[in-house]
Design a protein around this ligand. Structure first.
Ligand SMILES: [Fe+2]
Ligand SMILES: [Fe+2]
Length: 334
């Protein structure tokens, strides 16, 4: 369990993603008679060699030694959405921390096929507890329509989205949907007026995907328009299994969009080995300072170590002077 810091104007948020917990529980052929079959074959032939529980354990052990206030996990906890995977993931989550210290959002593998809410994400609902409106009470989500949710943590507000929904075989795309975009816009606007450091959690990177459309956020342009209109201080995501720093452009400036590789991966192909991030957020007189520490798997794969850092300055007032019509936002990969 990680050490707690006092909540003041500085805050340390840890971020990891895509643990793809194994092993797969026993699965009868009936439960695999759908998209799960391709995922099952992919796991047993390939992914089981890449996503290793011993690597994930090294990461969480290193994280437990860091002084952090809260942990964010941006999806793909499981692989093919078997009910047994959700219950195993719920037990694993409890080893990371209590629900008041850990926030989770789902990824596409957590909605690989249609599974009853009660047998799937309901088992992690404590970790997605939050307010549906900026002034509302915190409640447990009861379905995918209860996203985004807001968690207020001292000087920061986490806004957890869901881009997870079942897709056809070999498609790993995601979508927020217009209703969720509308709720997100209203939430970010209100939280912005309170001067909070708004962190949007989203599984898919909020860009079109280019050549990788089958893995992309399908309504990325709508999400960018929400950011342009309502503002945010940082967006964090997973899904790509590579490190990434991009910037979403808004009339008030750019918003850092930061991705982490899978938390359980060895280096394989064009994917990065496991890493996690520590975001040290501090309010200064006229801005936010954001110090990002990157901690990654050592070359000998026997532990995690500091592998880099970057210091960013985020303007205090990120709300643009006036609303921007949807579709005018642009984003560029740095
Ligand atoms: Fe993933
Ligand atoms: Fe994913």
């Amino acid at each position: 369990m990680f050490e707690r810091l006092s909540l003041s104007t500085s805050f340390t948020l840890a971020h990891f993603s895509d643990p793809h917990l194994g092993p797969l529980p026993p699965a009868g052929w009936r439960s695999l008679a759908n998209k799960r079959l391709s995922g099952f074959l992919s796991w047993t032939r390939n992914r089981v060699k890449i996503h290793r529980s011993d690597i994930l354990a090294l990461l969480t052990e290193d994280l437990a030694r860091q002084p952090v206030d809260h942990v964010a996990i941006t999806g793909d906890l499981v692989n093919i959405s078997l009910p047994g995977e959700f219950s195993a993931a719920a037990a694993w989550l409890r080893t990371i921390g209590t629900p008041d210290r850990v926030t989770v959002i789902p990824g596409n593998h957590d909605a690989y096929v249609n599974v009853a809410w009660s047998q799937s994400l309901a088992l992690w609902a404590d970790y997605m507890r939050g307010a549906r409106t900026p002034t509302g009470p915190e409640t447990l989500p009861g379905s995918m329509t209860d996203f985004p949710f807001i968690r207020r943590l001292g000087p920061i507000a986490l806004v957890g989205t869901s881009t997870a929904l079942p897709m056809p075989v070999f498609v790993a795309a995601g979508r927020l949907g217009p209703a969720q975009c509308d709720r997100l816009r209203a939430q970010l606007k209100q939280l912005g007026t309170e001067g909070l450091f708004r962190v949007v959690l989203i599984h898919h990177p909020p860009f079109g995907g280019g050549a990788y459309k089958r893995k992309a956020l399908l309504d990325a342009s709508k999400f960018q328009a929400v950011l342009a209109e309502a503002g945010a201080e940082m967006v964090i995501h997973g899904h790509t299994h590579v490190s990434g720093l991009a910037r979403a452009t808004t009339p008030a400036g750019t918003i850092p969009v930061i991705g982490v590789p899978s938390a359980s991966a060895i280096a394989a192909g064009h994917k990065d080995p496991a890493r996690y991030h520590l975001y040290r957020i501090e309010r200064t007189a006229d801005s936010w300072s954001l110090d990002v520490e990157i901690r990654g798997l050592s070359a000998a794969a026997d532990g995690f170590e500091r592998q880099g850092s970057m210091a960013l300055t985020i303007p205090l007032l990120s709300l643009p002077p006036r609303a921007t019509p949807p579709g005018t936002a642009t984003a560029a990969v740095a």
